[in-house]
Design a protein around this ligand. Structure first.
Ligand SMILES: [Zn+2]
Length: 390
C-alpha cells in the first residue's frame, strides 16, 4: 500500500522536501510549526470562525497554556528539558480551534494549532470534559510528540495532507485536481498509518501532563476522568467485538479513567481548593454555546471543498480519544485511497500525453530548424535573382 502512496508523484515531491528532516531524525520546531500552519490553511473551510465560539475555546485554552507556561518556568516535563527554546508554546500565537465536523475527534498537528471537533464539543457534558481533551492536546505540543513522530511518519502524514489540501484550497481550477490528488494521497496515508500516530507512550504522557495543566488551570481534578468515561458510555471502547478494530498498543479508556481517579486521589483537599477556579462558562452558558455550535455548523458552507476537508478529517487517526479504528474512518480512508489511485492514473495519463506533446513539438522544431537555413538561403538568393530579372 505504501508503494502506491509513494508512487504518487506530487507526494513524492513533498516527501522529498521532508526528506532532510526525516533522515536527520530530528525535526526542528520551526519545521513542525510551518507544516502545522499549512495544515491549518487546508482546514480553513471547516474551522468555525464564529467569534463567540472561537473566543470561548481560546479562553479555556489560554488558561491551560498559562498553567503550562508556569510549570515550564519551574522546569516541569520535556519542554523544559530540551535545548530548544520553548517560549513559542506559551505565546499569543497558540490557537485552539473548533472544527465543524460530525466526527468525534480532537487532534493537534503540533506547532501552534490544536483542534476540537464540534461533534466532540456537543457530546461533552461540561467545561471540565472539554478542558480535559484540550489539556491533553496541548500536552502533545508540550511533549513535542509531533517532532518525535517525524521518524514514525506521523509528521510526513501531516505535511502531505497539509501541503496537498492547502494547495487545493489555494490553487486555481486547473491545479485543483492535482492538489486534490495530493490531499487524497495524504488522507490515504492517514488511513494507512493509523498505528503510526501518537504512540501509547505519547498518549500516556499527554494524559499525565494534561492532568497537571488541567488542575492548574483551575479545573476539578475529580472530573478529569469523566471525559474518558463519557467516551466509554458512548461505546468508544469497543474493539473487534463492537464497532471497530481495537488497537491493542493504545491505552484503554478504562485504564485512563482509573489513572485519572488515582491522580486526583493523591491530591489533598487543601491543594484542590487552592487551585479550583470558576469555569469560563456557567452550565447554562455552556449549553448555549453547544447549541450555537450546532446552528453555526448548519449554516457553514457545505460545498465540495468542505466535503473534501471533512473526508480528510474523518480519515485522520483518533488515537487521542479511543484505541479503536471505526468503520467510518476506514471507509473514509478507503474512499480517499480509491480517489488517490484514480488521480494517480489520471496524472500518469496526463504526463504521458504531455510527454507525447513535448516530443511532437521537438520534432516540429527540429524539422523547422532544418528547413529554416534553406528558406533563408532561398530568400537571400531571391532578391538578386529578382533584381537580375529587372
Ligand atoms: Zn492524544
Amino acid at each position: 500500500m505504501l508503494r502506491t502512496i509513494f508512487s504518487v508523484r506530487g507526494i513524492a515531491g513533498v516527501l522529498a522536501l521532508m526528506g532532510a528532516v526525516i533522515l536527520s531524525g530530528c525535526a526542528s520546531d520551526s519545521s513542525v510549526i510551518s507544516q502545522a500552519n499549512e495544515m491549518n490553511s487546508a482546514l480553513q473551510p471547516a474551522i468555525v470562525t464564529d467569534p463567540v465560539l472561537s473566543q470561548y475555546i481560546q479562553k479555556v485554552g489560554d488558561r491551560i497554556i498559562d498553567a503550562a507556561g508556569e510549570m515550564y518556568r519551574q522546569g516541569y516535563g520535556p519542554a523544559a528539558q530540551v535545548d530548544e527554546d520553548s517560549q513559542w508554546m506559551f505565546s499569543q500565537k497558540m490557537q485552539f480551534h473548533f472544527v465543524n465536523s460530525k466526527t468525534l475527534n480532537a487532534f493537534t498537528t503540533g506547532g501552534e494549532h490544536m483542534y476540537v471537533y464540534t461533534e466532540l464539543f456537543q457530546k461533552t457534558r461540561n467545561e471540565n470534559e472539554l478542558a480535559t481533551v484540550m489539556a491533553h492536546e496541548f500536552a502533545h505540543v508540550y511533549g513535542r510528540h509531533v517532532q518525535k513522530g517525524m521518524n514514525r511518519q506521523y509528521g510526513v502524514l501531516l505535511a502531505t495532507v497539509g501541503a496537498g489540501a492547502a494547495g487545493y484550497a489555494l490553487g486555481d481550477k486547473s491545479n485543483r485536481e492535482t492538489y486534490a490528488g495530493l490531499a487524497a494521497g495524504g488522507a490515504m496515508l492517514a488511513g494507512q498509518l493509523l498505528n503510526a500516530g501518537f504512540t501509547r507512550g505519547d498518549e500516556a504522557e499527554a494524559d499525565e501532563m494534561g492532568f497537571e495543566f488541567y488542575i492548574r488551570a483551575g479545573y476539578d481534578p475529580d472530573h478529569f476522568g469523566d471525559f474518558f468515561q463519557r467516551m466509554i458510555d458512548l461505546g468508544l471502547d469497543k474493539g473487534s467485538d463492537g464497532v471497530g478494530k481495537y488497537l491493542s498498543d493504545h491505552p484503554s479508556l478504562k485504564s485512563r479513567v482509573e489513572l485519572a481517579h488515582k491522580r486526583a486521589a493523591e491530591l489533598s483537599p487543601q491543594v484542590k481548593q487552592q487551585m479550583e477556579r470558576p469555569d469560563v462558562a456557567s452550565a447554562a452558558q455552556y449549553a448555549q454555546l453547544q447549541q450555537r455550535s450546532i446552528q453555526v455548523g448548519a449554516s457553514m458552507p457545505n460545498d465540495t471543498t468542505l466535503g473534501a476537508v471533512s473526508e480528510l478529517l474523518q480519515a485522520l487517526p483518533r488515537s487521542c480519544l479511543t484505541p479503536v479504528i471505526f468503520p467510518d474512518q476506514e471507509r473514509a480512508a478507503e474512499e480517499l485511497e480509491e480517489r488517490a489511485h484514480q488521480q494517480e492514473q489520471l496524472q500518469n495519463g496526463q504526463q504521458r500525453q504531455q510527454e507525447l506533446n513535448r516530443q511532437q513539438q521537438e520534432k516540429k522544431k527540429a524539422k523547422s530548424a532544418k528547413s529554416a537555413p534553406q528558406q533563408a538561403g532561398q530568400l537571400s538568393q531571391s532578391p538578386p535573382s529578382y533584381r537580375s530579372g529587372q
